[in-house]
Design a protein around this ligand. Sequence first.
Ligand code: PEP
Ligand code: MN
Length: 360
Amino acid sequence: MIIVMEPGAGEREIAAVEAKIRQHGLGVHVSRGTERTLVGAVGDERPLAPEMFETMPGVERALHIVKPYKVVAREWHRTSTTIDVRGALIGGDEVQMIAGPCSVETPDQMSAAADAVAAGGARLMRGGAFKPRTSPYAFQGKGVDGLKLLKDAAARHALPIVTELMDVRMLDTFLAQGVDVIQVGTRNMQNFDLLKEVGRVDVPVILKRGMSATIAEWLMAAEYVAAGGNHKIVLCERGIRTFETAYRNVLDVTAIPVLKRETHLPVIVDPSHAGGKAWMVPALSCAAVAAGADGLLVEVHPDPAQAWCDADQALTPAEFAALMARLDAVASAVGRGLARRSTGEAPAAAQADPTARAMR
Ligand code: PEP
Ligand code: MN
């Protein structure tokens, strides 16, 4: 950290700053210029905050010179992290697709959804059993029964499962049920107790961006998970709140290259919650892959009109298959492949459906 003294700062004020730095176990380097004096704190500056100095007499401002996040920062870990979810790699050469319904509803719906996810060629399945709904009167999810439905449906196609954890008290149940990837949703990005707990387990975590979170806040949230020892973190951009009301959220495509520079963690994109409409999903998906996303988290429902949650944004199975075919081309164009199930039945279904709503 560098502490910039005011032009008229005297020796006593400089000495007080030096003493405070030393109190925190760091060394001091003082640089006296013609106009002002700079005091450098030498060592691990993470225990220091600018406010600790900016309230002291004679101090103009204090600035961090290294990033406040460490484990997740690329400056400390140059090589990109790849996370292996039962053989499906997130952050590797290929773009990884995670697909499934917003919420787990019924055995038939989940069975058809799993068939669609597998037929489209995705290697991981999503589905919410605990739903963070704006209204307490809206469907809240099937709970533990939903976890079982998701697991059984996905198991028929050997798909690892991704599902949202809202409450620390359910963590043991998630582990007991063999949840492969724990999702922390936008509304919980700064639920620090939840982050600390998922930081203690050895299960990959998808950390969605808080809808009003800055990149730095998001990375600090990831640092909470990493600080507990769990470094298997995937960041998921899912759209942020702006003044625009024409779509559900604004997909912050810019976050992708910025994160790639700032962190070694994989970055995926959720185009479904960003746009909020199924017809926007293909365009946002293509943009995300072109911008360097390591994967996508997409809502797919066997019959979107009947979905209990987020009906407007779910793709039909045919739309999803068509999207996979399109993303194959985009991923190849940017020098990456699209990960596909080895039994990959995919693009045939896409071509067989020229009326696909999402493709128009
Ligand atoms: C979800 O993925 O189902 C979800 C609720 O997402 P978000 O937390 O991004 O709103
Ligand atoms: Mn949803």
